[in-house]
Structures are given as C-alpha cells and as structure tokens.
Design a protein around this ligand. Structure first.
Ligand code: FPP
Length: 244
C-alpha cells in the first residue's frame, strides 16, 4: 500500500516550520460528533505530519497543542485534551525514540497535571540524544505569557547582579524564552481559514513567512505540507532590506 506520508527531501526546505493546528472542532461538528472526536483525529494527523516534515528535510517542527487561553473551554473538553496529550506520549514514545525525533515541550507547566508533567519530562529525557527532526509541542503556551515569564527571569538576574540593565538587548531576552535553544520559525502555517496568530511564538515569528489555509487540521496532509514548503522556497525574504 502506498505510504501517504512518503515525500522526497526538498532542495530548499524551511529549517523551522511552526503550525497552529486549528479546525478540529468544526471537523467533528461537520460529522455530527463531539469536539473531542475532532481532537482525536487531529492527534492522529500529528504523527503523519512529523514523519512528512522529517522526510521533507525540515529540521524543526513546532506545533501548538494547547494555549494559555484554551482553559476557557468546557471542563469536558479541557480534560479530554489533557487526557489526549497523556495518551499521545504513552503511545508515541517508542516510535519517536526509534525515529530519532528530539522532543521538547514549551509553555508554562505549573497548571498541568503532575502525571502529564512527568510524562513530558520523561519523553524529553528519552529523546535528548536524538539527532533527527526537533519536534516541539506547545502546551499551556502563550506568546505574551512566555515573554512575561522570560522578563521575570531576566529581572531576577539583574537583581542578582548577574546582568547589567545596559546589556539587555534583542540578543539577551530570547535567552530567557522557552524556545531559547530553537531557531526562529521560517514558516508559520495556520489551518482552518482563520487569519490570525493567536498568541503563538510572538517574539520568534517577527520575520516568519505565514500561510493561512482553509483545510481543517484533521484533513491536513503530507502533500499539503510539501506544497506549502515549495511555495515558501519561492518567497523573497528581505528582513526589512531592499528588494534585490
Ligand atoms: C484547535 O482547534 C485545536 C486545539 C485547541 C487542540 C489541538 C490539539 C490537537 C491537534 C490534537 C492533539 C495534539 C497532540 C500533540 C497530541 P479547535 O478545536 O479550536 O477547532 P475549531 O476552531 O474548529 O473549534
């Protein structure tokens, strides 16, 4: 049977792709099913997309799984999502380790369940020597919250005399962000037809290219990722400089 995630490496793949996986609820609704049905379908799509991204030659993939604002959803949906993250880690650990995927989590862990935090820590440790694609999963993540937490840490270093206020610049602050070891995203994709960034990687995406596509996340395919990366390759990124 043909492998739906089989893709060939691209000549010019974006180094870091970040995805806002939106549309699970509408996908479920269109089938007359509860929202969690859509989240489960969305979680299955994550595995395929990680495989496809690695196949295309993308080195870093960051996915938005739960935002600092998502706690506003019903208790049933929030609990279902947390349960889904636990199940994802339990089911996928072996395949992630064997496929050389380096997994990290970003976001504030304080509000998360202790068991989930332990699973996240364990998966990070188990994959820390992996050298394949770097998969970063954002859980209880918000760009503003991240910058506020980073600023707090930076202020603590200033108060402790480890950092002079005069030395704080654009290079300093990112060293305190959750993403401190990651390069900035080159391409940010949002599915489901919404054209907004919803507090995702605010600092890091200052010069990212964006793709807003109509596909609902559970319908997103390896081929669509490939097409978006091909289109990215033809873009002229000038970082504020003049057209050549
Ligand atoms: C947004 O769609 C999606 C989420 C808030 C959850 C994202 C979670 C997954 C894709 C599955 C699990 C992920 C992992 C890493 C296992 P929405 O529910 O807001 O969709 P809607 O706008 O159609 O209602």
């Amino acid at each position: 049977m043909p492998n739906p995630t089989a893709v060939a490496p691209l000549a010019k793949a974006p180094n870091h792709v970040a995805i806002i996986m939106d549309g699970n609820g509408r996908w479920a609704q269109a089938r007359g099913r509860p929202r969690l049905f859509g989240h489960h379908a969305g979680a299955r799509r994550v595995r395929e997309v990680v495989e496809a991204a690695a196949g295309l030659g993308i080195r870093y993939l960051t996915i938005f799984a739960f935002s600092t604002e998502n706690w506003k959803r019903t208790q049933v949906e929030v609990a279902g999502l947390m349960n889904l993250f636990r199940r994802y880690i339990l089911h996928e650990t072996r395949s992630l380790v064997e496929n050389d995927v380096r997994v990290r989590f970003i976001g504030d862990r304080v509000k998360l369940d202790q068991k989930l935090i332990e699973l996240m820590d364990e998966l990070e440790t188990l994959t820390e020597t992996n050298d394949g694609i770097h998969l970063t999963i954002a859980i209880n993540y918000g760009g503003r919250d991240e910058v506020a937490r980073a600023t707090k840490l930076l202020a603590e270093d200033v108060a402790a005399g480890k950092l002079a206020p005069a030395d704080v610049d654009e290079e300093t602050l990112p060293r305190y962000l959750d993403t401190r070891v990651l390069p900035d995203p080159d391409l940010v994709i949002r599915t489901s037809g919404e054209a907004r960034i919803s507090n995702f990687l605010l600092w890091q995406s200052a010069y990212a290219e964006y793709e807003f596509i109509d596909t609902l996340w559970p319908d997103f395919t390896a081929q669509e990722l490939e097409t978006l990366c091909q289109s990215y390759a033809s873009r002229d990124r000038r970082y504020g400089g003049a057209r050549a």
